[in-house]
Design a protein around this ligand. Structure first.
Ligand SMILES: Cc1cc2nc3c(=O)[nH]c(=O)nc-3n(C[C@H](O)[C@H](O)[C@H](O)COP(=O)(O)OP(=O)(O)OC[C@H]3O[C@@H](n4cnc5c(N)ncnc54)[C@H](O)[C@@H]3O)c2cc1C
Length: 434
């Protein structure tokens, strides 16, 4: 390969803070809010011009992981803390649906625009410095720790220095640059991405609540008639708006079955274009096959292809599939979850529901093996493939993010690395128990 030699140059130091959060998805917003509430000079940088990551840009649509799960009884709210707070704020602004059944548990569907507004308010109220339209591109290491990051935006290339760093990029960008090892799905097979869209003018009483086998039968019939519908198990969720449905129905894989690598711009480009084509095919299918959608029309499409999984860090402890299957508890837990394993695999969605129980996510799953002042909450925490397919959802990203931001403050208070933080003190601040 021919190369271009980039000359070394001096970069302006834009600012120096206590805590730098990279990425303003659910885990980043929670982390920055927590660190700033604890009195730390905190900054968050984000590639987009708004917060939410996959919850807004990817329009994931719902908050999963808030409720209990069981074959009997009605799902009850199981987790609180920052996840409960955000849910409460959505309810106050009438921007979230009533709990909607999902197998043996439930979810709530949110309005993505109000999600962004709430995040703006939380960051402003807690005093976080926010910089949008900014990409973290490089990292500065000193003595095995992160000293700063190089950012790029329309103002050019600059440096931000900090004492503690939170990798909330969803892709582990900081961790990888800092040399933290990572894994990718099950032997490279990650969950497929989805291009989410919303249909309006839906006759909700007739369009929502069709049993999964019935929806699959309609997909099968449409396929026989020549429709290109790669996914059978589709989710149609009622949005908080009166006649609108959140459609999580597409699945994007390469034609040869190869998974999309969300850290490869070529793959992402292909996925965006294929995603938009699939949206039109599923729109046509819904209008022609699913009662209630006869007069529905495409309302909007996610800003970007929805990425469920890319890199997973190698942490000090792994959340194993068995931890989820056997609902294991941990004295060092910073988040609990009764959300199902919902693995969107190439050959279909693997589902496993907990029965009147929950599992714990230990603090140590957020700690990269070797870098003392770096922590990694959200969908990159250290977990086996199926376990991650449960722990990656929004409520748990809120909880692990808030724990990471709080841990950053505690580690500064006692001048210890992240793995020296007193987890009991951390748990008392994040209100681990409901
Ligand atoms: C199609 C789909 C459907 C889903 N459905 C649901 C659902 O119904 N309910 C639910 O609870 N969860 C759902 N999820 C999961 C949930 O949305 C995500 O797991 C969650 O948003 C992950 O949060 P995060 O903060 O870890 O990362 P992300 O949401 O991915 O946020 C990462 C942020 O970092 C920014 N960023 C990345 N790299 C950089 C960089 N180098 N510099 C600056 N900024 C950067 C990104 O722009 C982004 O805003 C779904 C996900 C997908 C993809």
């Amino acid at each position: 390969m021919t190369v271009f030699h980039e000359n070394a140059r001096d970069l302006p130091i834009a600012c120096q803070v206590d805590v730098l959060v990279v990425g303003a998805g659910p885990s980043g917003v929670a982390a920055a809010t927590a660190a700033a509430r604890a009195g730390r000079d905190t900054m968050i940088i984000e590639h987009y011009g708004f917060c939410g990551g996959m919850a807004t840009a990817g329009m994931s649509g719902a908050i999963c992981g808030l409720f209990s799960s069981g074959k009997t009884g009605k799902p009850q709210q199981l987790v609180d803390g920052f996840a409960g707070e955000f849910y409460h704020l959505l309810k106050q602004r009438r921007a979230v649906s009533a709990p909607f059944p999902f197998g043996d548990t439930a979810l709530v569907v949110h309005d993505p625009h109000v999600w962004k507004e709430i995040a703006d308010d939380l960051l402003a109220e807690s005093g976080v410095k926010v910089l949008f339209h900014t990409q973290m591109t490089e990292i500065i290491m000193e003595d095995g720790a992160v000293a700063g990051v190089i950012i790029e935006n329309k103002s050019g290339r600059q440096v931000i220095l900090a004492k503690r760093f939170i990798d909330a990029t969803g892709d582990g960008d900081l961790c990888v640059k800092a040399g933290v090892p990572h894994t990718v799905g099950r032997n490279g097979m990650v969950q497929y991405p989805t291009m989410v869209f919303r249909m309006s003018n839906v006759d909700i009483p007739h369009g929502i609540g069709h049993p999964v086998p019935q929806l699959e039968a309609w997909v099968d019939e449409a396929r026989r008639q020549g429709y290109h519908l790669p996914r059978r198990h589709i989710y149609l969720l009622p949005s908080p708006r009166p006649d609108e449905v959140m459609c999580n129905v597409t699945s994007i894989l390469r034609d040869d079955g190869r998974p999309i690598d969300a850290t490869n711009a070529g793959d992402l480009t292909w996925a965006e274009q294929r995603g938009r084509k699939q949206v039109r095919e599923y729109e046509r299918f819904l209008q022609n096959f699913v009662p209630g959608f006869e007069h529905a029309r495409l309302n909007d499409v996610a800003t970007q292809i929805g990425i469920r999984q890319s890199r997973t860090i190698v942490g000090q402890v792994t959340l194993t599939n068995d931890d989820v299957f056997h609902a294991r508890k941990s004295q060092r837990s910073v988040a609990k979850s009764a959300w199902c394993i919902e693995a969107h695999n190439k050959d279909g969605i693997f589902m496993f529901y907990l029965d009147n129980d929950y599992y714990d996510i230990p603090y140590d799953t957020l700690l990269p093996e070797s870098v003392p002042n770096l922590i990694a909450p959200g969908r990159i925490l250290c977990a086996e493939h199926e376990a991650l397919a449960s722990a990656r959802v929004t409520a748990q990203c809120f909880l692990t993010g808030y724990a990471a931001g709080t841990a950053a403050s505690l580690s500064l208070k006692t001048s210890v690395p992240f793995d020296g933080v007193n987890v009991n003190e951390l748990r008392s601040i994040i209100e681990y128990s409901m």
